[in-house]
Structures are given as C-alpha cells and as structure tokens.
Design a protein around this ligand. Structure first.
Ligand SMILES: NC(=O)c1ccc[n+]([C@@H]2O[C@H](COP(=O)([O-])OP(=O)(O)OC[C@H]3O[C@@H](n4cnc5c(N)ncnc54)[C@H](OP(=O)(O)O)[C@@H]3O)[C@@H](O)[C@H]2O)c1
Length: 364
C-alpha cells in the first residue's frame, strides 16, 4: 500500500469532516530513527470527542498534522511497524499508544527501551508524556485479542477512574457519605463507580443518567441508586455529598448545586460528554473545579516510588475486567465509511452504552 488515509474534522464545526488520501513515504525517504507504522485498530468513545472539544486548550490538535482549519482526533490503539529505520525496532513489532485517526503514522523513535519508546517529533512535545509514549506489546497477552480491545477502550479512562477514587479516598471524601456521578453510563463513570462500590463502603454511589441509559446503568450493579437527569430534586441534600461530573453540562451542574446546596462538599469536573462548555453562574456549595489527573499522578509517583502506580493500577484493572466481560460488547467496524459512521454516532450520542467500538481504516 502506498497511500495513507486520514480522517479530519473541521475544528470549529465537528459536523464537517474530510477523508484525505496522502502518499506514504518510501523506505529511502524515512529519516534515521523513524518508523512507518500501520494503525491497525483503535477505540472510539465520547472521550475522543472531548479531545476534539479541548483540542486547542490541551494542545491535542498539535499532535497529528492536518490541513489548515482541520484537526485530527487522537485515538488509543494499536499499530504495527511496517518499516523501521531504528536499529532496536524491527518491522513487525506491535505498539500500543496514541495514534491519529489515520491508516498510518511516522514515528521518530526516541528513548527506546525494552518496554517502550517515545515519538520525539518536534510538534508532539510540550504535552503530557503519556501522549507521545508507545508500549512495545508484541506477544503480550494482556494486549492481545479481546484483552487488547479492553485496553484500548478503557485503560486510559480507567486510569482517570482510579485516580479520582484514590484522590477522594485520600481526602476522606471531604466528609461526604454519598458520591454522585453524572453520565453514569460512560465507561469512565462506571469504572469509578465500580471502584467506589467495591472498595469504599459505606460510601453510597448514585448514578445520574438519561432515561434511555438507565437500565444499562442499573444492570452494572455498581451504583446504589440511579437517578434520571430530570429527577435531580430527589437526590440527597440532608448529608454531605460529593459530585464527580463527567457530563459537563452547566445547566445540570447548576440544578444539582442549587438542590444539594451547602451539603455539596466537593464538585469535581472530569468530562464533557454532553458537549456543553457553558459557564457556571454563582453556585451554592463547593465550587466546581477541574480534576487534573497529571497532578495526582505526579504526587503518587513521588510517594509510591517506581512501579507503585502501575502495581496498584494493574491490581485494580484485574478487578475491573470481569465487569467489562459481563457488560461490554465489542463492536468492530472497518473501512473509512464505517469509521465516519461511528464518529457521527458518537458525536450525536447515538452509541448504546453497552457497546465499545473498535475501528480500523483497513477494509476486509
Ligand atoms: N479529565 C480526564 O483526564 C478524563 C479522562 C478520562 C475521561 N474523561 C472524560 O469522561 C467523559 C466520559 O468519557 P467515556 O469515553 O467514558 O464516555 P463513553 O463511555 O463514550 O460515554 C457515553 C455516555 O456519555 C453520554 N453521552 C455521550 N454522547 C452524548 C451526547 N452527544 N449527548 C448527550 N450525552 C452523551 C451518555 O451518557 P448519559 O446518558 O449517562 O449521560 C453516553 O451513554 C468524557 O468527557 C471524557 O473526556 C476525562
């Protein structure tokens, strides 16, 4: 194959998209240290739409090149090295990491170790290190087959769930006895609900969700109660409550703050599934603040030492896998047309929460 397919979106109107074909570099055009990687399969969830929404602020748009006015949304997935100009990396190796929505990527391999490498391309610097790191996962059963799909779909999300659980527990939940999660059907939310429910009793976990997703949320069995968005007036307001907001909807946040009032002891912003960047008016209770994962990672890396986060995270991940096997159906789509369809379904909130989408530009 000599061309690369790229799927780009118009930065200021996500309904606008463009499939672009470009020539791939020939082997003799690859610089020393470079790898030509075929993007084999990648996950797509609401989190990727959030990357696009925060593309400028968080510098996600600078990671992968796109024509003026367009951006290429980063995705988590797997790539196969098809040509290597790096002496320590062989063609055929499999990598896990952050890829563009494209069929191929050229990586300038640096900091190569037994376990991984980094893309040293100038335009990929200045972002959190996790966004240019690749794990070398050839023959690693934890990243093969269905386990690999779970990793691509959930590992980056569950890291956030793990960090918020750890942060809240360390802060003794700010005195809260109940934790409320919005967009309770999202993978990030139910990962957190699973951790709270399995490890932090007697903390009660309440999931806020839309009517169409309530049955799924109930079926997960990791929420003590499930409340619909239009029944916020039934939420507890007689004891200290913490709120972790995956929906990011200013109207919903305002209604919740006004209902719980002074009993709201923590209001952490995590997501934007409802694609609302509205501003908060003056709100009662603890003021909303963004939970910034890299801060908690740095703190725990210092306190727990080398490997401390990985060991604890891997143990938590093992405990989470049975819930995934039981509740998540992997849906695979191949080819540019199918990729665009899943992009549009995700953007419009049409993906049922029990589905996890794995995509590929390769047809057949
Ligand atoms: N800050 C961080 O570091 C960090 C890390 C990980 C994830 N997150 C964020 O957490 C959020 C959840 O991500 P995810 O990948 O776990 O989501 P997901 O599993 O794809 O979540 C899907 C759910 O989000 C809601 N939703 C999605 N699209 C919608 C739309 N167009 N309109 C209304 N509701 C919609 C629906 O839930 P309901 O009906 O239940 O509302 C839907 O079931 C994202 O915003 C993500 O960026 C942040």
């Amino acid at each position: 194959m000599s061309t690369c397919t790229q799927f780009n979106v118009v930065k200021n109107d996500f309904q606008g998209t463009a499939l672009v074909q470009m020539s791939l570099p020939r082997l003799d055009e690859l610089s020393d240290g470079c790898l030509l990687v075929e993007v084999e399969r990648f996950a797509f969830t609401a989190n990727n739409i959030t990357y696009a929404m925060l593309g400028d602020i968080m510098k996600y748009w600078q990671l992968f090149k796109a024509p003026d006015g367009f951006g290429n949304i980063p995705v988590w997935g797997f790539g196969r090295v098809i040509a290597s100009m790096h002496p320590q990396i062989a063609a055929g190796e499999r990598l896990f990491g952050y890829f563009p929505m494209a069929s191929h990527l050229v990586i300038e391999a640096t900091d190569v170790s037994k376990r991984g490498l980094r893309d040293g391309a100038a335009h990929r610097q200045g972002v959190a290190p996790v966004y240019n790191a690749y794990a070398r996962v050839t023959d690693d059963p934890a990243f093969a087959g269905r386990n690999g799909d779970y990793q691509a779909l959930l590992r980056p999300l569950f890291m956030l769930s793990f960090l918020v659980d750890d942060f809240l527990a360390e802060e003794a939940f700010f005195g809260a006895r109940t934790v409320i999660l919005s967009s309770a059907s999202s993978k990030t939310a139910f990962g957190l609900a699973h951790l709270l429910h399995s490890k932090r009793k007697p903390i009660r976990v309440i999931g806020l969700t839309s009517a169409g997703n309530a049955d799924f949320v109930r079926s997960l069995d990791c929420y003590d109660d499930v409340v619909l968005y239009d029944r916020i007036d039934t939420l507890p307001a007689d004891h200290p409550v913490a709120f972790v907001d995956m929906a990011g909807n200013a109207d919903l946040r305002g209604r919740l703050h006004r209902h719980v009032g002074g009993k709201l002891v923590y209001s952490g912003r995590v997501g934007l599934t409802h694609q609302d960047e509205g501003e908060d008016a003056e709100l009662p209770g603890a003021q909303p603040s963004w939970f910034f994962a890299p801060d908690q990672i740095r703190k725990r890396a210092r306190e727990w030492g080398p490997g401390g986060i990985d060991t604890r995270f891997n143990a938590a991940w093992s405990g989470f896998l049975p819930l995934l096997e039981q509740s998540l159906e992997i849906a695979e789509s191949r080819g540019p047309v199918a990729v665009e369809k899943i992009y549009r379904d995700t953007l419009a909130g049409r993906v049922p929460p029990h589905q996890g989408h794995m995509l590929s530009f390769a047809v057949g």
